[in-house]
Design a binder for this molecule. Structure first.
Ligand code: ASP
Length: 584
């Protein structure tokens, strides 16, 4: 038996018991006549002690050789500590060791295994197994487990069944590139790893499973943006015989349950906002509504003077920064520099100070008088003491820029509080989205999303205006889930694919299996998927998803611990019939 107790378990009432513990040496203090060792495992830390008077000499010598991260087993008596440590749950006691068994020694770890470590990100990733020994990382993994257990219990209680779908599939375009896997047995042919189980979960609905979920890995070969992982986890869900309202209710319920269970916060009905409204009011389809600074559109009150920058703009729009009038000229200039960074891309920023006496002072006083500025204040909701910031330009671009500014200001002002939760549904997404690069419409969600009833006729005349039965769940400015009611008949699916630029042959080659299935009594169905990594990190009050993934990839998509991806043998390439196609 390696242990009778864990290192987090022993208390005053265990005194005089003989116990056996196993764990890692966190640190040892050698006073010559006395040695204290902190023994650590997943559950906590227990202090061991060896002393000249009571410990045999040989064991004393052995104890002196213990280095950091040695794995040891000890047996000893629980005794009351002379100087107690109130910061440690086991701080009332220590173990007077009677047997010491070194199970394994350890190299000196490349960084300290402590809450605040001296190891940089790269080093910690290379030795992730050591990083996992640290409390914050371990706690995050346990936190993730708690969330997934709560999800499984909640959905299972509602009759959802977790079904596994295959990882070796054929490509399902969902907007990203596929990771492909060569097939040895089918020369020149490839599987794709799923970007999501989308088509399979729909086929499960055709199969009568009625309510499905799966906590599942998805793979997308995208250019890596900060805090994106090429493989990530979804809580993937689908239901049959449902309308949008049913889906929203079911998963609002799940989200509310998680917030209560995990964070102990109670949230009433989630607000709902149309996509158009979200774009107009926040310039963003995933608005953070924990704070105000809503957009005020200013075309009417800013395009009647000789200021050409505004007159030529498609949209003039502003926000009021609360108490922003306290910013010095220099601070405002810094804000202007910030919006002009290439990542944001604004050409400039006009501002108006709202003075305490009710007057205004703007950077465009040459063009606008006090009455004009009062109207700007009204539209942006600015009060005395605020600062109105105004951007102008092409509608979509300027909205994105002002949204970036809004989030940045909120961040700087500490308005994005990690322990405050503001979920909302964004609904009525457009079905299609114009893509500048390919000069074509793409499915905004995916090709299986159904248009709103009666709108399919618009596909020919005004494709950009067709709205879909598609929705996103947004939490604190992050999209944590998204889904749609699906097309469930062959004809509509064929029309949809035609509009997305698939020839009939291509449509059959790629989606024939799905359209065939639709001919055998496919029920109306819909669903959504949550991004689990993001959800967990937000509930955990932290920013980066990597902190909640046991073995994440770095920003270049590499696993630096196992060194992947990596070249493979010529022999392996031959077997896969790939060798000939590669330049050596
Ligand atoms: N498969 C979709 C996604 O990965 C979710 C859904 O439509 O249910 O975003």
């Amino acid at each position: 038996m390696y242990r009778s107790h864990t290192c987090g378990e022993l208390r005053q009432n265990h005194c005089n018991e003989t116990v056996t513990l196993s764990g890692w040496v966190q640190k040892s203090r050698d006073k010559g006549f006395m040695i204290w060792v902190d023994l650590r495992d997943r559950y906590g830390i227990t202090q061991l002690m060896f002393d000249e008077e009571r410990t045999p000499k040989e064991m004393m010598e052995k104890a002196k050789t213990l280095g950091r991260e040695f794995v040891i087993q000890v047996t000893g008596n629980v005794i009351e500590r002379v100087s107690k440590n109130p910061n440690l749950p086991t701080g009332d006691i220590e173990i007077l060791v009677t047997e010491l068994n070194i199970l394994n020694d350890s190299l000196v770890p490349p960084f300290t295994i402590e809450d605040e470590t001296d190891g940089g990100e790269d080093l910690r990733m290379k030795y992730r197994y050591l990083d996992i020994r640290r409390n914050p990382v371990r706690e995050n993994l346990i936190f993730r487990h708690k969330v997934t257990m709560a999800v499984r219990n909640y959905l299972s209680n509602l009759d959802f069944v977790e079904v596994e779908t295959p990882y070796l599939i054929k490509s399902t375009p969902e907007g990203a590139r596929d990771f492909v896997v060569p097939s040895r047995m089918n020369e020149g042919q490839f599987y794709a790893l799923p970007q999501s189980p989308q088509t399979f979960k729909q086929l499960l609905m055709v199969g009568g499973m009625d309510k499905y979920f799966q906590i599942v890995k998805c793979f997308r070969d995208e250019d890596l943006r900060a805090d994106r992982q090429p493989e990530f986890t979804q809580i993937d869900c689908e239901m049959a015989f449902v309308e949008q309202e049913d889906i929203l209710n079911a998963f609002e319920g799940l989200t509310r349950h998680l917030l209560k269970e995990i964070n102990n916060v109670e949230i009433g009905d989630f607000p709902r906002m149309t996509y158009d409204d979200a774009m107009k009011r926040y310039g963003n389809d995933k608005p953070d509504i924990r704070f105000g600074m809503e957009f005020g559109e200013l075309n009417e009150v800013a395009q009647h003077k000789d200021f050409n920058v505004f007159n030529q703009a498609e949209l003039v729009v502003g926000i009021a920064i609360p108490e922003g009038n306290s910013y010095s000229r220099k601070e405002i200039d810094k804000l202007i520099d910030w919006v002009r960074r290439p990542q944001v891309g604004a050409l400039g920023m006009v501002y108006a100070r709202c003075n305490d006496d009710g007057t205004y002072k703007s950077s465009v006083d040459k063009f606008y008088d006090q009455d004009d500025l009062a109207k700007w204040a009204e539209k942006t909701g600015a009060k005395a003491g605020d600062l109105i910031c105004v951007l102008s330009g092409e509608t979509n671009k300027v909205r994105a820029q002002l949204s970036a500014l809004r989030m940045e200001v909120a961040e700087r002002k500490g308005l994005r509080k990690s322990n405050e939760f503001a979920p909302l549904w964004v609904i009525d997404f457009p079905l299609l989205e114009w893509d500048e690069d390919t000069e074509r419409y793409h499915a905004m969600h995916h090709p299986f999303t159904s248009p709103k009833p009666g709108q399919i006729e618009l596909l020919d005349s005004k494709p950009g205006e067709v709205k879909a039965n598609a929705y996103d769940l947004v939490l604190n400015g992050n999209e944590i889930g998204g889904g749609s009611i699906r097309i469930h008949d062959k004809e509509t699916q064929a029309i949809m694919l035609r509009h997305l630029g698939f020839s009939e042959e291509e449509a059959v080659a790629q989606f024939g299996f799905l359209m065939d299935a639709f001919q055998f009594g496919a029920p109306p169905h819909g669903g959504l998927a949550f991004g689990l990594d993001r959800l967990v990190s937000i509930l955990g009050g932290q920013e980066t998803i990597r902190d909640f993934i046991a073995f994440p990839k770095n920003n270049s998509g590499r696993d630096v611990m196992i060194d992947a991806p990596s070249p493979i043998d010529k022999l392996q390439l031959d077997e896969l019939s790939l060798a000939l196609n590669l330049k050596s």
